[in-house]
Design a protein around this ligand. Structure first.
Ligand SMILES: [Zn+2]
Length: 357
């Protein structure tokens, strides 16, 4: 019986890959990549009225065999280093030989933020690339980068992995965000890929309204809007470069490639049952000042429990921040500066399973 189930699962999966995923010939920004070839290109972003030109470094590894196209994007936030270093390692390790389909690796989506060591925002226009999609051809630098990714890179993909860390002043426990709900495409595939990553936590984001996708649109929601199964991958924190985080991303992507029948080899992992969560709630503060969290690690909290205190510049407590709901704290602000309206903790709601849509 088990073998029959496996057979049918493979049948359904293989069929969807062969019909929906194969795209040929492969052309990116006017450059043709032949089967069995690998190319490192720079997508140019022309200068704007008030800010300089830049580029997006992309590595394309086109397998000898046919198959889907997987897009991995690192460095949408230029101060999140584990994904950027994992992209570099994957570009070195994945070869066209033995690969079915195409792996597109955006090594650093936001070069200006990376080279200027700028957390969250672009150093010229102060915009957050991950709130700027679909972007604008003649906009500011951040908007031009978003436009190039939306028009030249994302349309080539069948599946998108957008890889982040906790930013310069954020603590974070590794999790994968998977897009479900009526406006997301192929949620079962996205969930199975999320599980293949072997991360400790999986969060489902249900896309029920267009406003959820459009408001402050991130790269991953841009991919959802373009009809692609999409994962948000989050690991690493506080602007660190920890090898364990880099290697966990590399293993996860290799496992996902195997899961999509794009590559045989995967990294050995321990079968792990992740914690499942359905949605998250942010906790914005009502004052600017000095944030002092009770904890900078993930934990279960009860509604009403104190999460931390905001102090003013006289050292007086001006706000005791309490959990609005019970749940598991996945990430939050570690560094002391906080501005009115910023979220200091994100709480995820535990569920037994994410199987239903
Ligand atoms: Zn990020």
């Amino acid at each position: 019986m088990r073998q029959i189930i496996i057979f049918f699962t493979l049948l359904i999966f293989t069929t969807s890959i062969d019909t929906a995923f194969a795209k040929s010939p492969f052309i990116i920004d006017g450059k043709v990549i032949k089967a069995g070839d690998r190319k490192d290109i720079a997508i140019p972003i022309i200068a704007g009225k008030t800010d300089p030109k830049t580029f997006i470094p992309v590595t394309i590894i086109r397998g000898e065999g046919s198959g889907p196209t997987l897009l991995m994007v690192a460095g949408v936030h230029g101060y999140e280093f584990a994904p950027i270093l994992a992209a570099q390692r994957l570009a070195d390790e994945i070869k066209p030989e033995g690969l079915n389909g195409t792996l597109i690796i955006v090594r650093v989506a936001h070069i200006s933020a990376f080279e200027n060591r700028s957390p969250y925002v672009n150093p010229y226009d102060r915009k957050n690339l991950n709130r700027s999609f679909p972007g604008a051809l003649n906009g500011t630098q951040t908007e031009r980068i978003a436009h190039a990714l939306s028009t030249k890179v994302i349309p080539l993909a069948d599946v998108v992995f957008d890889v982040h860390s906790g930013d310069g002043a954020e603590w974070l426990e590794a999790f994968i965000g998977v897009y479900g709900g009526p406006l997301a495409t192929d949620y079962p595939l996205a969930l199975s890929l999320a599980e293949a990553f072997q991360f400790p936590n999986i969060v489902r984001y249900k896309m029920k309204t267009q406003e959820q996708i459009d408001k402050g649109r991130s790269l991953n929601r841009q991919a959802v809007a373009q009809g692609l199964p999409t994962l948000l991958i989050e690991i690493g924190e506080n602007g660190k470069r920890e090898d364990i985080h880099i290697e966990t991303i590399v293993s996860g992507v290799k496992n996902a490639l195997k899961h999509m029948n794009m590559r045989k080899a995967s990294n050995p992992t321990i079968a792990l049952k992740p914690n499942y969560f359905d949605g998250t709630q942010s906790v914005p503060v009502k004052h600017s000042g000095v944030w002092t969290p009770v904890s900078s690690h993930s934990r279960f909290v009860e509604a009403g429990e104190t999460l931390g205190v905001v102090y003013n510049y006289k050292g007086e407590p001006v706000e005791t921040v309490k959990a609005p709901v019970s749940g598991y704290t996945l990430y939050g602000l570690a560094g002391p500066p906080v501005s009115l309206g910023e979220s200091v903790v994100t709480i995820a709601k535990s569920v037994r399973t994410l199987d239903n849509k």
